[in-house]
Design a protein around this ligand. Structure first.
Ligand code: WT7
Length: 648
């Protein structure tokens, strides 16, 4: 891993919300006096009834209970909209950039947002939705997705966004799991020049559901779709009948705001439950500090609202802060590999937040695509989702940021609601590939995976756990608190277990080594698959790679590397040798891949996460239990990999 240190520029630090000294002083208070610290932070919200009980949390195995601001009352949508109207009613709240670059972008002011959300809320009420009811959203990346989320919050309903890339089966399972009263969808979702038939998918899902919800349909493309009388309703028709004002419901701080289903290592997806007060305080504070957001900045998070990143950093965090947030309907490579940078230039984006997989993909297309566009508005670059290999970090830093934009590598999870480990742009010197230091109130600990002992030396390696709660933490699994306790508080009692492996270096910097189930053990040496991948990707001919373990008669586990080459490179045996030598040189002989398979593509979820489960099965020659591959971005990739599995 890289030892380079990138200091925040003094100019940026001087204007930032926190410089190094401020960070340290605030951090110390946040862990020594959490009640005082988070009590003060409650003031970033407007409360209907201000909380007096700040923190009431227990990680004890037999009594896992997490409550923040428990006697407070607020409405999340009023905090994201109404309270800004007086001072910034005419300011753009949401910039919407459509899939088609020639179609017109929309600038939605806070006043427009208020009217749209109120109308949407009144429509939900007309459909019988009230406090505590569940509403599933299966939506394209259009402003109505944000309206729907905020409208649910306004009437006290709990939304559960299902990523529009999920299949009808997955949608049906989630509708049933939370007992949705209404499903909101759109006729079609344009992405990369192609339309996904969302309404038709939803119809199929409804056919498989045990429950019988109603459907609210947004007209996006105007495509011809069937409507079921008495079950399906057009949003625009319903909206014509309702008022554009709606009094926000008073909610308890611990009332659920949303459920988000996320995959665990076993069983059906878990319904991660986030509540209202603590979540919004945390999303708002992290958005402000981590991206050093200042009034007037244009913030762009490229995630989909189907993921927690979209919840916290497209909708809730930015809007709570009165920010201008950009919502992009399309994909990074349509109409060409310069789209991200074209959008940054067009809307003068100041903070840009994306995933390593996107960075690597664009890196593979060459820097000409970046250099075509004026990126001088960019001030902060962010990354999230997986460890970023130093090669991609440096490319992001040099080619996109021209060496003048701090990179915030933010480690967090659906479960954590917001960033836990991350640099602050004006405060933290960065190291390529490290998520650096804890955010305020976050107490990371590294435990020995076997003995569960806390590693007290600064330099340490083990599993990453959290010692105490933070306001954005998930509260339970929907309808299954035991599962919550089982998944996160059982293996390492008294701690929240993240599921990630982690190394802390001598400077106290945290380096995520990947999910613990991705850690492989070769001849008794523990190795992060991310480390090997990073080495491979550092080779100029390699665009992407995924490394998994496979059973090896001598070493316990061998290293199996899937490698995608840069466009135009030939997959020869010479190159294979070259890569083996390269990895030996980069990390050491123990990291040399035993088998390298050329992979024209890697199996990824539609959110871009590599499906290691499938790669492990292929590497294990276990082709019969590949599981459901239908939710992959490109299911055909798997057939190619199976066909060309390397022989020992
Ligand atoms: C897992 C959580 C949180 C939004 C996106 C993913 C990995 C996430 C980083 C990072 C290294 C990271 C971890 C984590 N991860 N961010 N900056 N560096 N690893 O949310 O789907 O809940 O996945 O993503 O393994 O546990 P998620």
């Amino acid at each position: 891993m890289s030892r380079e240190l990138f200091q925040p520029s003094p100019g940026l630090a001087a204007k930032a919300h926190a410089d190094a000294a401020t960070y340290q002083q605030m951090y110390d208070r946040s862990v020594n006096d959490p009640e005082g610290f988070w009590g003060d932070q409650a003031d970033r919200l407007d409360w209907i009834k201000a909380p007096t009980r700040i923190k009431n949390t227990s990680f004890a195995y037999d009594n896992v209970s997490i409550k923040w601001y428990e006697d407070g009352e607020l409405n999340v949508s009023a905090n994201c909209i109404d309270r800004h109207l007086e001072t910034r009613g005419d300011q753009t709240a949401i910039i919407w950039e459509p899939d088609d670059p020639d179609a017109e972008a929309q600038h939605i002011t806070y006043r427009d947002l208020h009217a749209n959300v109120c109308k949407f809320a009144n429509v939900l009420k007309e459909m019988g939705v009230g406090k505590g009811d569940r509403v599933v959203l299966y939506m394209p990346m259009i402003p109505q997705a944000a309206y729907a989320m905020l409208a649910c919050a306004r009437v006290g309903a709990i939304h559960s966004v299902v990523f529009a890339g999920f299949s009808a089966d997955a949608l049906a399972a989630r509708i049933d799991a939370c007992g949705a009263a209404v499903v909101v969808t759109a006729d079609e979702a344009p992405r990369g020049g192609r339309n996904t038939p969302l309404k038709v998918n939803a119809d199929v899902a409804f056919g498989k559901c045990k429950s019988s919800p109603k459907m609210l349909v947004v007209r996006r493309t105007g495509g011809d779709i069937p409507m079921v009388d008495g079950r399906d309703f057009w949003l625009h028709e319903m909206e014509a009948r309702v008022a554009d004002d709606c009094v926000p419901e008073a909610m308890n701080a611990e009332d659920p705001l949303f459920i988000l289903y996320t995959s665990g290592s076993t069983g059906a997806p878990k319904g991660v439950v986030h509540t209202s007060g603590g979540y919004l305080v945390y999303a708002s504070m992290t958005h402000q500090y981590v991206f050093d957001y200042h009034d007037g900045d244009i913030f762009w998070c490229t995630a989909d609202v189907g993921w927690v990143t979209g919840h916290s950093y497209i909708v809730y965090g930015p809007l709570a802060n009165g920010a201008t947030t950009l919502m992009f309907e399309g994909v990074p490579t349509y109409p060409d590999a310069g789209r991200f940078w074209a959008v940054c230039a067009k809307h003068k984006v100041n903070q840009f937040y994306t995933a390593p997989t996107a960075i690597r993909a664009l890196m593979g297309q060459g820097k000409e695509w970046v250099e075509k566009h004026d990126l001088s508005s960019l001030r902060i670059l962010g990354t999230v989702g997986e460890p970023i290999n130093p090669e991609a970090w440096n490319w992001y830093n040099d080619v996109v940021g021209h060496g003048r934009c701090p990179i915030v590598d933010t480690w967090w999870q659906t479960e954590t609601g917001g960033h836990l480990l991350t640099p602050l742009p004006g405060a933290t010197a960065t190291k390529p590939g490290s998520a650096t230091k804890p955010f305020f109130g976050v107490q990371p600990v590294i435990l020995d995976a076997q003995t569960a002992e806390e590693q007290t030396e600064t330099a340490a390696e083990g599993v990453l756990c959290l010692k105490d709660s933070w306001p954005g933490q998930m509260r339970t699994c929907w309808g299954d608190h035991d599962r919550f306790v089982q998944a996160y508080f059982t293996d390492y009692k008294g701690y929240y277990f993240s599921g990630d492996g982690c190394r802390r270096d001598a400077d106290g910097y945290y380096w995520i080594t990947g999910r613990v189930d991705d850690v492989i053990n070769v001849s008794g040496h523990r190795m992060g698959t991310a480390e090997v991948e990073s080495a491979l990707v550092a080779h100029p001919k390699v665009s992407e790679s995924a490394v998994v373990g496979y059973p090896h008669p001598v070493k316990g586990q061998g290293i199996y590397a899937y490698v995608t080459l840069m466009a135009g490179e030939d997959p020869t045996d010479e190159l294979r040798k070259e890569l083996e030598v390269w990895v030996r040189k980069e990390i050491g002989p123990i990291a040399k891949p035993d088998l390298i398979q050329w992979a024209p593509g890697l199996p990824k979820t539609r959110s871009g996460k590599i499906m290691r489960r499938i790669l492990r099965k292929i590497a294990e020659n276990d082709f019969d239990s590949l599981g459901d591959t239908s939710t992959l971005a490109e299911p055909a990739v798997v057939d190619d990999l199976v066909e060309n599995r390397m022989k020992e």
